[in-house]
Write a new protein. Sequence first.
Lengths: 112, 191
Amino acid sequence: MRAEDLKGHLDALLLAALEDAPQHGYAVMEALRQSTGGRLDLPTGTVYPALHRLEAAGLIAGSWSVVAGRRRRLYQLTAAGAEALSGKRADWRDFAAMMSAALEGAPCPDPA
Amino acid sequence: MPRPSLIDEYLAALSADLPGRIVDELADGLDETYRSYLNQGRDPEAAAQTAISEFGEPRVILTAFTGASRGRRTARRLLLAGPAVGICWAIVLITARAWQWPVPVVARVLFGVALITVISLLAVAAFGRHYRRVCRAAAAACAGTAILDAVMTGAVLVIAPVLVWPVAVAIAVSAGRSGFALRNVHHALTG
């Protein structure tokens, strides 16, 4: 999957990757690769600006640590981030159900 | 483990426009990527080349960081708020016949130059492509906006101290904008 196809969904993917435990940037990218079966084709370097944007928005919190003599920045989900992720999951389920109904004739769930 | 020169050169290209703390974070990720390819059995040169390819072109990363910077977001919000604040003050100045105020021409010209400078700085921060330039322009524009708001409020209260509703609205709106700008000076500067 190309980077442009992810537009609007990258934030949800990053928040989901941080849901279970704090991670550093490379580990976030690896988690995304694993969870998408290696189909995510995103320049690793562009994950870092997205993490900074989420941090500025208060959805994740970053902190520095030293690992093997190198400075490493770890990110963890904040309460606001967990809430945002929950909302994004609900939005995605609605969107996916609507598209499945429109493109494949699947039954469209009640909007209630 | 020594870092290959290829990776050092890549990081040097990023260092030219990004602060050290961001480059440190990218270096950690790049080192991890490089190490993972070494562990897969690639030779150091190939591992470094693949890690760099996977990370993406420096230009793409710099553009993404510039777009995600707090300075850029702050500048865009101030640019969006500008016309509304300007209209509030224009109503005050027109209803109070500001052109008849005893303000020296030099002071009027200086205020106009300062206003144009702040708008130019906001434009650079909102649409510029260089991270450092965007952050510095945004911080300077935040400080400039707060100063302009303070000067405008002070001038009106001294020269035409009648608190009619357009003045109250303009001062309130300006105070809100100044507060936002001052809160974001440091954030804008640090990205």
